[in-house]
Design a protein around this ligand. Structure first.
Ligand code: HEC
Length: 147
């Protein structure tokens, strides 16, 4: 009996993993924090940031760029892939992650800012098409305003 229950639980957990809940979790725990960390690279440095803090900020931006490269291809495959524009948006996000990684390695604020703007477009394009109800409110924090 216990075995049967365990199997049923695994089946439910498995289907939840592939469903919309999974997308929300992926976004909230991986993609969104990664994007915020990357955007912080292109932002003005916080007041009185020490060189050590700047190094940490750029290291986080670099890691964020890598996370987007990792998730882009996963979102293009089952169980996450969807018809239409979906894969192109996920691919664009990964490409920007790659370009962003180079900018973060060079601690290039201007370049990170420019890539960050395009990244914002990649997020929004997918949200506009696939999250119609909530698309207007995500990403939850906007990238820095244009100079
Ligand atoms: C390929 C499509 C796609 C791309 C690209 C994409 N998202 Fe999403 N995102 C979704 C979908 C679908 C949801 C809705 C999930 C749900 O709640 O069902 C979502 C939801 C979210 C949410 C809400 C999570 C929550 O807790 O409700 C945030 C925040 C978010 N995305 C941030 C981002 C950011 C930032 C980027 C770009 C770096 C991005 N997304 C790129 C498809 C995408």
């Amino acid at each position: 009996m216990r075995l049967v229950l365990t199997l049923a639980f695994v089946a439910v957990a498995g289907s939840a993993f592939a469903g919309p809940d999974a997308m929300q979790t992926i976004m909230a725990t991986h993609v969104n924090p990664a994007a915020l960390a990357f955007w912080a690279g292109g932002n003005d440095a916080p007041d009185n940031e020490t060189p050590a803090q700047a190094k940490l900020r750029w290291a986080a931006a670099l890691k964020g760029a890598q996370v987007m490269q990792a998730w882009g291809p996963i979102l293009q495959k089952p169980p996450y892939t969807r018809s239409g524009q979906w894969n192109a948006d996920a691919k664009y996000m990964a490409e920007l992650g790659k370009a962003g990684e180079a900018a973060a390695r060079g601690m290039d604020t201007a370049k990170a800012f420019e890539i960050g703007g395009r990244l914002y477009d990649a997020c929004n394009e997918c949200h506009k098409l696939y999250v119609p109800r909530r698309g207007a409110t995500i990403p939850r924090e906007a990238p820095p305003p244009a100079p």
